[in-house]
Write a protein that binds this ligand. Structure first.
Ligand code: ZN
Length: 88
């Protein structure tokens, strides 16, 4: 880089004055969980007092899918990962 293009300390400092990170903000939901402001609550699925996400339904569907996948895996002859006891 040629000297003509060199950025002085003042300009570098002014540019970097906007580089600081800010702490993430969280607000308390009416259900008691912490949530990101202006986003639906992941715990109860509410936004502005109204239920907008089917949290219980999503969890139930995910449990069903996991069960189904494990069943298919067992049927294909794969050994399911067994939980080894900590002490024998
Ligand atoms: Zn909530």
């Amino acid at each position: 880089m040629v000297v003509r293009m060199r950025v002085n300390r003042s300009k570098t400092g002014k540019r970097r004055s906007h580089h600081a990170l800010r702490a993430a903000r969280a607000v308390r939901c009416e259900c008691g969980a912490l949530r990101v402001p202006h986003r639906a609550c992941a715990n109860c699925g509410r936004y502005n007092g109204k239920i907008v996400l089917d949290v219980a339904g999503t969890a139930a569907r995910e449990a069903r899918r996991t069960k189904h996948r494990e069943k298919a895996l067992r049927a294909s002859g794969h050994e399911a990962k067994k939980e080894e006891p900590a002490t024998k």
